[in-house]
Design a protein around this ligand. Structure first.
Ligand code: GDP
Ligand code: MG
Length: 364
């Protein structure tokens, strides 16, 4: 709850003049933390994320009831490199719902069945291939994605948003799979893309490194199965687990106000099983789940770990990145929502108190 203006003021007083976005070294961070009596935890960011994930999503009680859960995937990459085309290609050929009459409405995420060793393995794609969405969720402490697929066009190579995607994935400690796209095009040079990637530390598996890279044409539907299989192998190594046999917890990935349904939200369940009739609190919003819809718009009674589900019954529109949890009663939910609203109000007030001082954005 300390404004950036105040911290900048302190840095200035020490003769440090940050220019826009700048990284502070460890000693400077320790100095600032000491000034504001904040405990310094000197740790690997990946480990911290993992700890946070284990702490918040899985409880001690879950540990002996863990079962496999499907991986949750996000596609990122530079504009025009083929994210939407890839999503469409996957959706067209693989969406589980196609048997039930196709997609009737987008809910921001969908389940895909990938045949592995003769068995159909589910995975879930987040339908918001936006860096902003990913960044915003991460800023709110949400870690929903298990694997990031980064699309790089074989005729264009690494571009600014490719780098951004790599930074996001690394900061979140999420494994990366590279899809080298547009290999059907004249001028496509997948080798050059692999060279560029290895020069920034992403060494292809084929060259003895640890980053899987699959050459595809999203437009022609070429090697999409290879890509999905590769992703599933990476997922297997992660041993993704949850306890389906408990009250649900998870994250809001999309929300809005529907003309007749009222507030609607798409949740990704991360632990437990969400059931119709459950009482949920997420941020300042709460309510009894009147109806759940799956990714093809069908009513369902419940949704287990990693499964996206659209819900109605909240009294308010939550924010993408908000955590949700099932609680015992509407009273408990109301109390928690009020407490959250108060917290946010205080944060806003202390942010205002920083007005008039130097801020990072005014310096940038
Ligand atoms: P996005 O901005 O990353 O979502 O990129 P799009 O999926 O919208 O693709 C941008 C352009 O590249 C569109 O004109 C696509 O048809 C084209 N495109 C995407 N994938 C391929 C591919 O595999 N081969 C070729 N030749 N064109 C592609
Ligand atoms: Mg697009």
């Amino acid at each position: 709850a300390i404004s950036e203006g105040e911290i900048l003021g302190y840095l200035y007083s020490k003769g440090i003049k940050p220019d826009g976005v700048q990284t502070l070294d460890k000693d400077m961070v320790k100095m600032v933390c000491n000034e504001y009596e904040v405990e310094v935890i000197d740790a690997d960011p990946v480990k911290v994320e993992e700890m946070a994930k284990k702490k918040e999503i899985l409880d001690e009680d879950d540990l002996d009831k863990l079962q496999d859960r499907p991986p949750v995937l996000t596609i990122m990459g530079h504009v025009d490199h083929g994210k939407t085309t890839l999503l469409d290609a996957i959706r067209k050929s693989k969406v589980a719902a196609s048997e039930a009459g196709g997609i009737t409405q987008g809910i921001g995420a969908y389940k895909v069945l990938v045949p592995i060793d003769g068995k159909s393995q589910p995975c879930v794609f987040l339908d918001t291939p936006g860096h902003e969405a990913f960044g915003a969720m991460r800023a709110r402490g949400a870690r929903v994605t298990d694997i990031v697929i980064i699309v790089v066009a074989a005729d264009d190579g690494i571009r600014p948003q490719t780098n951004e995607a790599i930074v996001h994935a690394k900061a979140a400690g999420v494994p990366i799979v590279i899809a080298i796209n547009k290999i059907d095009k004249d001028g496509a040079n997948p080798e050059r893309v692999m060279q560029e990637l290895s020069s920034i530390g992403l060494m292809p598996e084929d060259w003895g490194g640890d980053i899987p890279m699959v050459q595809i044409s999203a437009l022609k539907g070429q090697n999409i199965d290879d890509l999905l299989e590769t992703v599933m192998l990476v997922a297997e190594l992660q041993e993704l687990k949850a306890n389906p046999d408990r009250n649900a917890k998870g994250t809001v990935i999309e929300a809005g106000l529907h003309k007749s349904k009222g507030p609607v939200a798409t949740f990704i369940v991360q632990n437990g099983t969400l059931k119709r009739g459950d009482v949920v609190v997420c941020g300042e919003a709460f309510g009894k789940m009147r109806a759940l819809f799956d990714d093809s718009g069908n009513r369902v009674d419940e949704a287990g770990p990693s499964i996206p589900v659209q819900v109605i019954g909240l009294n308010n529109v939550p924010i993408a990145g908000d955590e949700f949890e099932v609680v015992a009663s509407l009273d408990v939910a109301r109390q928690k929502a009020v407490a959250c609203a108060e917290l946010l109000r205080n944060e806003r007030m202390s942010a205002k108190a920083g007005d008039g001082k130097v801020t990072l954005s005014s310096l940038a």
